[in-house]
Design a protein around this ligand. Structure first.
Ligand code: NQM
Length: 356
């Protein structure tokens, strides 16, 4: 990293990954010291400030994200991906979760930066998700030895079409952290599940809502927000998340029966704003839940058919390919696959503000 990043700038690529947007960096372009790195990223994104007016953050958690990428030193992966959630109006940098949407941009970014060579017509890379320890495989179209962002795939929540990037994620940990399909927490029946993202599944009607409300309507309901947060804080330690008050996980899902041609309707608190669509790995966790008898999701979803679960969200539909299978010991294990688009938006140097 240059000694005077404020004047010289730092190489940075702005990318849309799925339905999110973030700043992508090569690890060696950032400070090694964690406190210095986090301070720099807050200054780059313009946090803390609800408008992030003096930085490149987009004033919403879905557009205040950072991906740090490096060549992996393990035999199991080509590329390492560290995800950081940059607080919008608070000076916090969280690493408790990964992001499956930004994951869609990791392959293209690694190829663009020469961290992995492109192979015609498609480059396959194994990505270690440093936040969770899981491993992803990404297939990126590289027809002429370069990433082709053009394509025919449309995903709900993003206008237009783009290249299809296939992602699959495998996990070793059990998907039900408590071993139970349903637990009683803070007076509610809940399912705690993690198929790549720790989420808590709730029945919308138990929280006095119908389940089809808009994100704005849900965010305006202070009593609902308080109750959801109360359950979240009580559930988090049972999912291995300590001090959840300052963390972005677990995510909270209010579920209801399908109403728009899908298998299950979802609304997600992530955890304080409401998602305008759904995260990739959140969808993997919910869809795994819909396949496990006895869970809140299973009770509300249409009966599973084939290997896809179509999740309704505020921006349309998400087709999740999530597996949930019991091993010999009866423990539920999961894996997931999805198709996303990603796009390089801007490449250059970013100039952090001198101080917070
Ligand atoms: O679940 C939002 C997003 C996400 C996470 C969030 C995600 C995922 O939609 O895989 O992508 O975590 O708040 O980008």
């Amino acid at each position: 990293m240059p000694a005077d990043a404020v004047r010289a700038g730092i190489p940075c690529m702005l990318m849309r990954g799925g339905t999110s947007k973030g700043a992508y960096f090569v690890a060696t372009d950032l400070p090694v010291d964690r406190a210095a790195r986090d301070d720099l990223l807050l200054r780059i994104m313009g946090s803390p400030d609800p408008r992030q007016i003096d930085g490149i953050g987009g004033a919403h958690p879905l557009t205040s994200k950072v991906a740090i990428v490096s060549v992996s030193d393990t035999d199991d992966a080509d590329i390492d991906y560290l995800f950081l959630q940059i607080g919008v109006d608070e000076p916090v940098v969280g690493d408790a979760q990964t992001c499956g949407n930004l994951l869609a941009g990791i392959g293209p970014f690694a190829i663009e930066r020469g961290l992995i060579p492109a192979v015609e017509p498609e480059t396959t890379l194994r990505i270690r998700l440093l936040n969770t320890g899981d491993t992803a495989t990404a297939r990126v179209p590289t027809p002429d030895g370069a990433v082709d962002y053009d394509g025919d795939l449309a995903i709900d929540g993003v206008p237009g079409v783009g290249c299809a990037i296939d992602l699959s994620v495998t996990r070793e940990a059990a998907v039900l952290p408590t071993g139970n399909a349903v637990d009683e927490i803070a007076g509610h029946r809940v399912t705690l599940i993690d198929n790549g993202m720790p989420v808590v599944l709730l029945d919308a009607t138990e929280f006095g809502i119908e389940g089809g409300e808009t994100p704005a309507e849900l965010e305006e309901d202070e009593d609902l927000r308080a109750e959801v947060e109360r359950v979240r804080l009580a559930a988090a330690p049972r999912m291995g998340v300590q001090d959840a008050g300052g963390q972005t996980v677990p995510k909270m899902f209010l579920l209801s029966p399908p109403a728009a041609g899908g298998d299950l309707r979802t609304r997600a608190f992530i955890p304080h704003r409401v998602h305008t669509s759904i995260g990739v790995l959140m969808a993997a966790s919910v869809a795994a839940g819909a396949r496990i008898p006895g869970t809140i999701a299973h009770a509300l979803a249409a009966p599973p058919q084939g290997d896809v679960t179509v999740l309704e969200h505020p921006g349309g539909l998400f087709t999740a390919r999530a597996e949930a299978m019991q091993d010999e010991a009866g423990i539920w294990r999961g894996a997931s696959a999805s198709e996303r688009t990603a796009r390089k938006l801007f490449d250059g140097r970013v100039f952090p503000r001198p101080r917070r």
